[in-house]
Design a protein around this ligand. Structure first.
Ligand SMILES: *Cc1c(COP(=O)(O)O)cnc(C)c1O
Ligand code: SF4
Length: 381
């Protein structure tokens, strides 16, 4: 082994930088069983066309621009053509006909372009950073905000970039919350993920580490006892997962979430509001109630970002307001997430609420409750 090029942790066997880079690109030699499922997932236009009886030429054109990957597990959740599960994973021609939107509407790359932060870091809020550690996912969701780069082999993470990210976090004492995201951080094998988490946990000013992953939903097998045992050594760890349809809550995905919670990890859910997937009070209420049953706390509902190639999913903002109004008060408060727009141009997440205040002055507030009945509350000096 070339010792100059080796990276050593305290009690870990040294790995060369080359090994680490190879681990970042999935290695088929790993013992972890879920990797087999990634390798067996459906990725080529030919396979998709054959499996679902679709136009192969059209699929080829779409996949040349935006890659596809669908785990067999997720594919098995499709009940009929065009349902909520189908729409999230099967490429459609609208993606490449789209004229509206931007490649990077949230300006996530801005700090990188200005040379202020390393590749993979978005430092938008004062005390927390988004840290992209993988650009691969078990599934390439058709509505993805990072469609511009997920699954692109040229944008594959290098270990040196991850080191630079950790170094940045170490040098910025104001950061107390690190959000590992991607792509999907759980596309890294446990050993590599642990190297990253351990290094971040060693930084004294870091309070919490969050992991954003869609694996509990798209490939629940990834949540193994070994992963949970590893993560719980580095508490406080939070996981934010991502379900969009009640049809995604299955015995398998429920078990994955419950294993994480049993390891002491609070699990939240981010949901994207999408036309034909979940754009009704009824479907969203059912989703939120099902999440609570598997101990997952609904955290955000996102208005779809203005991402090129995803406009066929876009609803009016009023739809999101109607959904919040239809859930709040009508079911457990635990089921109610924040409805937000991630402001185009990089303004961060802005919460939107239906109008509950009718009038407010120094003497009183007049409000509406969930049934649209008026109530007054007196204010004094
Ligand atoms: C969403 C996001 C966060 C985390 O926001 P919270 O509201 O704390 O969950 C942090 N940084 C960036 C760039 C984000 O997009
Ligand atoms: S799992 Fe997340 S990052 Fe990956 S394609 Fe889906 S939405 Fe995008």
């Amino acid at each position: 082994m070339d010792s100059q090029n080796s990276v050593e942790g305290d009690d870990e066997p040294p790995l060369t930088k080359k090994d680490l880079n190879q681990h970042l690109i999935l290695v088929s030699e790993t013992k972890e069983a879920w990797v087999e499922d990634i390798l067996n997932s459906i990725t080529t236009p030919e396979e998709i066309a054959k499996t679902l009886n679709l136009n192969e030429l059209e699929l080829k054109e779409i996949c040349r621009r935006y890659p596809a990957r669908i785990p067999k597990y997720y594919l098995s959740l499709i009940k009929e053509k065009g349902d909520a599960v189908y729409k999230q994973c099967i490429p459609v021609i609208e993606e490449i006909k789209d004229k509206c939107g931007f490649e990077d509407p949230l300006k996530e790359e801005e700090g990188v372009l200005n040379g202020k932060v390393p590749i993979g870091i978005t430092h938008r809020y004062p005390d927390r950073v988004l840290f992209l550690v993988s650009n691969q996912c078990a599934m390439y969701c058709r509505f993805c905000t990072r469609k511009r780069k997920v699954g692109d082999p040229l944008k594959q993470k290098k270990w040196s970039e991850i080191e630079e990210g950790i170094e940045y976090i170490k040098n910025h004492k104001e950061i107390r919350d690190v959000i590992l995201s991607g792509g999907d951080p759980l596309m890294l094998v446990d050993e590599i993920l642990e190297r990253i988490i351990k290094r971040i946990r060693e930084i004294p000013h870091i309070d919490i580490i969050r992991i954003g992953t869609r694996m509990p939903c798209t490939l629940p097998k990834r949540i193994t006892p070994e992963l949970c045992n590893m993560l719980k050594k580095y508490h406080p760890i939070y996981v934010n997962t991502h379900f969009n349809s009640p049809d995604e809550i299955t015995p398998e995905s429920s078990k994955a979430c419950e294993m994480l919670v049993d390891a002491g990890i609070p699990v939240g859910c981010q949901t994207v509001l999408m036309k034909g997937v979940n754009d009704s009070v009824e479907v969203m209420k059912k989703l939120m109630q099902k999440l609570i049953k598997i101990r997952v706390k609904p955290y955000y509902i996102y208005q779809t970002d203005l991402v090129l190639g995803t406009n066929h999913f876009r609803t009016k903002v009023e739809k999101g307001l109607e959904i919040i109004k239809g859930i709040r008060g009508h079911t457990s408060g635990l089921c109610v997430p924040h409805f937000v727009i991630d402001a185009p141009g990089g303004g961060g997440k802005i919460p939107l609420l239906p109008e509950y205040i009718k009038e407010i002055n120094k003497n009183k507030i007049i409000m509406k409750n969930y049934k649209d009945e008026k109530y007054e509350y007196i204010q004094t000096d």
